[in-house]
Design a protein around this ligand. Sequence first.
Ligand SMILES: *[C@@H]1O[C@H](CO)[C@@H](O)[C@H](O)[C@H]1NC(C)=O
Ligand SMILES: *[C@@H]1O[C@H](CO)[C@@H](O)[C@H](O)[C@H]1NC(C)=O
Ligand SMILES: *[C@@H]1O[C@H](CO)[C@@H](O)[C@H](O)[C@H]1NC(C)=O
Ligand SMILES: *[C@@H]1O[C@H](CO)[C@@H](O)[C@H](O)[C@H]1NC(C)=O
Length: 319
Amino acid sequence: MARGSGFAPPPLLVLLVLVVTRCAAAQNNCTCPTNRMTVCSPDGPGGRCQCRALGSRVVVDCSTLTSKCLLLKARMTAPKTGRTLVRPSEHAILDNDGLYDPECDHEGRFKARQCNQTSVCWCVNSVGVRRTDKGDQSLRCDEVVRTHHILIDLRHRQTDRAFNHSDLDTELRRLFHERYRLHPRFVAAVHYEEPTIQIELRQNASQKAPGDVDIGDAAYYFERDVKGESLFQGRRDLDVRVRGEPLQVEQTLIYYLDEKPPQFSMKRLTAGLIAVIAVVAVALVAGVVVLVITNRRKSGKYKKVEIKEMGELRNEPSL
Ligand SMILES: *[C@@H]1O[C@H](CO)[C@@H](O)[C@H](O)[C@H]1NC(C)=O
Ligand SMILES: *[C@@H]1O[C@H](CO)[C@@H](O)[C@H](O)[C@H]1NC(C)=O
Ligand SMILES: *[C@@H]1O[C@H](CO)[C@@H](O)[C@H](O)[C@H]1NC(C)=O
Ligand SMILES: *[C@@H]1O[C@H](CO)[C@@H](O)[C@H](O)[C@H]1NC(C)=O
């Protein structure tokens, strides 16, 4: 090349040097703020930082949340962290964390039918939770039934005084808007009766505009935050304060309600009965809370139960 010739460098070399410098600059700083389960490199158009989800290698939009399907897929490829199992009680049957390696469509959403590596298949809703019996490869799932209502049931630690409901409401709405980018109109209500807080998210298909964060994705990011497994890159852990008083969560249950009732053969669900199809119980054993920043326990244990209908508990993996 022209190196050492004493002449002005040819334009190509200048260009190369420019490109290299740009890449180096971008490299320092090429990460995905909304998804740490990614691999980023400045090989996007024009040398821009581009991030791909682990597992699927799908390019993700780091200005918003990543879909739960891609996140679960990424999780399947990540090495297991120091998670230990808890002893099942009669009410909560430990499962394998409900993890399976999901199939996602071109938008990163769950496909209606999911199968095990074996020939076991089942139908899921839009948050990836099983809503039918398991079948074989001949099982058909006509559509992804939308989860249009999510009820997050939190129990907070004892405080000297109950929180002011209206302040609590404001803080939780702010949290969902600012941290999870969920449009405030999808936070339908915040109920409070000490020590239980319920956050209701509602979003049906017709209300969801392109670019709107899905309530299922927001709830999943929230769930992982509460477990101390934040999906955000280098972001501070969840820290919710109501008038300066920290909100410390002891237990979380997440109920998913679909537009159509689930179809389990054993079911005695009568029409009109609430279609609670899955419950995620996040019981942080060591009293681990949303707020602990300094001493976060990696080993935060939690239990997960699945409720198909009132009172019926099954020991099969769910989400
Ligand atoms: C990334 O780089 C830009 C400027 O190049 C800077 O403003 C920004 O703070 C950097 N972000 C991080 C996370 O380092
Ligand atoms: C998938 O298959 C494995 C065995 O291959 C089984 O242990 C697991 O429970 C299955 N998962 C589901 C969701 O059926
Ligand atoms: C709760 O706080 C609001 C202002 O944020 C105040 O107007 C209201 O009176 C308070 N309620 C109680 C019961 O203290
Ligand atoms: C969507 O939600 C709105 C408000 O909750 C309701 O009025 C409307 O009927 C719903 N649409 C469908 C198709 O369920």
